[in-house]
Design a protein around this ligand. Structure first.
Ligand SMILES: Cc1cc2nc3c(=O)[nH]c(=O)nc-3n(C[C@H](O)[C@H](O)[C@H](O)COP(=O)(O)OP(=O)(O)OC[C@H]3O[C@@H](n4cnc5c(N)ncnc54)[C@H](O)[C@@H]3O)c2cc1C
Length: 232
């Protein structure tokens, strides 16, 4: 059974419109794997718990980072969105089996929509902290250029590592955008030609993950190479 721990919010800022990064320093450090989540106790109203993925890599022991999208009328997300430094929170974790494999022997394709990036970011960070000569792709589906969560982090990583390919795809791109357009699943389908020695990790809202999973199967990925997490 996962431990219940407490921690204090040390930072909370808007990363992109309606998406907030909340950093919590736990009173006691708990080991976790990239991709795992914590159940956060929402103390407002009737106490509930909601899962949020850890967006920071395990190597960063200063805090647990969460990246939360404000959902209209959503109880937990609005609570998280309004947290301020100094606030105390209770969490239970780590939980989840959507984790990065220990040995990276294949190329890896990551695909996320929205805050689904939260569980993928620590996986990618961990891969490059350990070092790899495999090709690592990140297909990221969002609406507009202003909605690209962790844009700078991924661009910096891509400029340092020639084997990291960052492919944001915008469903509502402006005229000026010269990257990929349209739904991320279509872009992935178009760009992935060869699935030999590749694993695929998918995360985001359930509908998108389901579509991506079907595409991965159509492309020929065997089931054991398709790893996924659905957020709702
Ligand atoms: C394993 C796991 C990890 C997760 N990690 C994260 C994370 O890192 N960041 C994050 O932001 N969320 C994450 N989620 C989703 C999160 O747990 C909540 O479900 C989400 O924040 C909405 O909770 P709420 O209480 O605000 O909304 P609720 O009160 O549960 O819902 C309010 C209304 O909004 C709708 N709704 C709920 N979620 C969404 C959505 N994403 N988009 C549009 N409409 C929605 C509901 O259907 C409902 O009608 C994760 C979910 C799972 C299962």
């Amino acid at each position: 059974m996962a431990e219940i721990i407490e921690g204090g919010v040390i930072e909370s800022f808007e990363e992109v419109p309606d998406v907030r990064v909340v950093r919590i320093r736990p009173d006691k450090w708990v080991e976790f794997k990239p991709g795992q989540y914590f159940q956060i106790f929402i103390p407002e109203g009737e106490e509930t718990v909601k899962p949020y993925s850890v967006a920071s890599p395990p190597s960063n022991r200063k805090y647990l980072e969460f990246c939360v999208k404000r959902v209209e009328g959503g109880h937990a997300s609005n609570f998280m969105f309004n947290t301020e430094p100094g606030e105390r929170l209770k969490m239970q974790g780590p939980m989840g089996r959507f984790v990065l494999q220990e040995q990276i022997t294949n190329d890896i394709i990551f695909a996320a929509t929205g805050t689904g990036i939260s569980s993928i970011k620590p996986m990618i960070r961990t891969i490059f902290e350990r070092g790899t000569d495999r090709q690592i792709w990140l297909f990221f589906g969002i609406r507009t250029e202003n909605d690209i969560i962790y844009k700078k982090d991924f661009e910096t990583l891509a400029s340092k590592h020639k084997n990291f390919h960052f492919v944001p795809s915008l469903s509502r791109a402006s005229e000026a955008w010269n990257g990929e357009r349209g739904y991320v699943q279509d872009v992935m389908k178009r760009l992935i030609k060869d699935i030999t020695n590749k694993d695929i990790y998918l995360c985001g809202v359930a509908e998108m993950v389901e579509q991506m999973r079907k595409i991965a199967e159509q492309l020929g990925f065997p089931k054991e190479k398709i790893h996924f997490e659905k957020y709702v």
